[in-house]
Design a protein around this ligand. Structure first.
Ligand SMILES: [Fe+2]
Ligand SMILES: [Fe+2]
Length: 199
């Protein structure tokens, strides 16, 4: 991890709070291990992990300006922007910001950043790794579900671990009468199909 981190340490320190930087490093540590295990590029996994939340520290105005440049978000309403700022939207804004401020051109890295909160219906291995590493990194608050996700990952692999984690998310959203995003549902369906095809 050190090579990439050394190169961007100053920029990252300037952009992220201490806790967020620690979280990003922790995601990178897990992502590197998963990339080795699942045959993905460790360099790309580290870059995507270190940058996955890179826009979270931007001011509202900067954030809004980047969001307006993302396809499909140019007409987003102010009320929706405020409510979603720290939820799903930070992923698409971080991808845009990584592209412009960190000169990331690799689409696999940008997708992994873009889809790290909700996944997507055509999810590749690098995006799966960042999605899961973000959830299970060791600095996350412990819970029964989290322990189960880590255990499933260890014994049954990344697809089953993501499916379990997504099911927990579904349950939680349904319980609170919240909408389920089409991306999250798309990722669930795509991984289930993948698992059926390999049976
Ligand atoms: Fe995030
Ligand atoms: Fe994160």
């Amino acid at each position: 991890m050190s090579e990439y981190l050394d190169r961007h340490k100053d920029k990252l320190k300037e952009l992220l709070s201490k806790d967020r930087l620690q979280h990003s490093k922790s995601v990178a540590m897990v992502a590197e291990k998963l990339a080795l295990k699942y045959g993905a590029s460790t360099k790309k996994a580290i870059a995507a992990a270190l940058l996955h939340d890179c826009a979270k520290g931007l001011s509202d105005q900067e954030y809004f300006n980047y969001l307006a440049q993302v396809q499909g978000y140019s007409k987003i309403k102010q009320s929706e922007f405020v409510r979603e700022k720290y939820n799903t939207l930070h992923a698409v804004v971080s991808a845009k910001f990584a592209e412009e401020y960190f000169d990331i051109e690799d689409e696999e890295i940008l997708d992994a950043i873009r889809f790290h909160t909700n996944g997507c219906s055509k999810i590749g291995i690098l995006s799966k790794i960042i999605y899961l590493a973000d959830v299970i990194e060791p600095l996350r608050e412990e819970s029964e579900d989290l322990r189960k996700v880590r255990k499933i990952l260890e014994y049954e692999g990344i697809n089953k671990a993501i499916i379990y984690e997504v099911k927990c998310k579904f349950k939680n959203l349904i319980k609170r009468d919240k909408k389920i995003s089409s991306d999250l549902l798309g990722m669930y369906n795509s991984i289930i199909s993948e698992m059926e095809d390999t049976k």
